[in-house]
Design a binder for this molecule. Sequence first.
Ligand code: IPE
Ligand code: IPE
Ligand code: MG
Length: 280
Amino acid sequence: MDHMTLVPPEKTSQTDPRFRGELSSLPNHIAIIMDGNGRWAGRRSLQRFLGHSQGAEVVQYVVETASRIELPWLTLYAFSIENRLRRPQEEVGFLMKLLHLYLVKNVKRMNDNNVRIAYIGRTHELPPDVQETMAWAADATAKNTGTTLTLALNYGSRVEILDAMRSLLRHELAAGKTAEQIADRLASEAADGHLSRQMYTAHMPDPDLLIRTSGEFRISNFLLWQIAYAEIFVTEKMWPDFTGLNLIEAIAEYQRRERRFGGLGSAPEPQPAEATPIPV
Ligand code: IPE
Ligand code: IPE
Ligand code: MG
């Protein structure tokens, strides 16, 4: 793979003229659906696993670009519950090995770049040795204060919502609430906040920008609750071809969008047309 196309981190720093004067509209949280590894390989007559290897190689370049622009939160969809259940055992096993290797190989670079690693998903269902490496990497980077890189692993958004609902109900029942009181609380205006606090993502802001590679216009069970008002950016690029520069381009596109959150935004209100006299 030709890494010459990857943007060296210093070219994407805050001193880059593309960012001058626009730092205030930088997103706080970017989430990426890293899709297209298999097609990237297929187009080169390579086996799928080589697409996954190449996909894992480019992750760190994107992470380091995020770190250089001081993005607080970067969340990468690396492995879904559906991937675990619906893909051949050999592919799932290979992805687990790749995750282990990625962590072992990159913890030093994460520390050099002040990146902290965290995870969301049903990670307790992953192989125990992989969980050990994950815990080691989280521990080894816990003191870093720059970008938080969250890997979504064995993640499914519907399951997350159900898990959150279950822990909310457990919490309320343990506090002695009646069914009526629980129903009232869920009907209150603050109910979405209560549920958000039970999600795997409780400690982070909702994504401002959601990127999907490989040209698919779908969410594939990723952060359904949290992306309610995220800006969506779909690129035709397959994940192994995605670079730090592409991340910057997505941010530039995000900065051109007007976010309204259901309000009226900054567009001038239309003036009523002058009454035209009705001809008699
Ligand atoms: C994304 O690449 C990585 C994972 C889902 C683990 P895919 O493996 O989905 O690649 P395509 O979509 O088949 O090209
Ligand atoms: C989404 O990609 C999951 C990840 C990127 C980890 P998929 O390849 O699993 O999504 P679908 O099946 O095309 O919707
Ligand atoms: Mg795919």
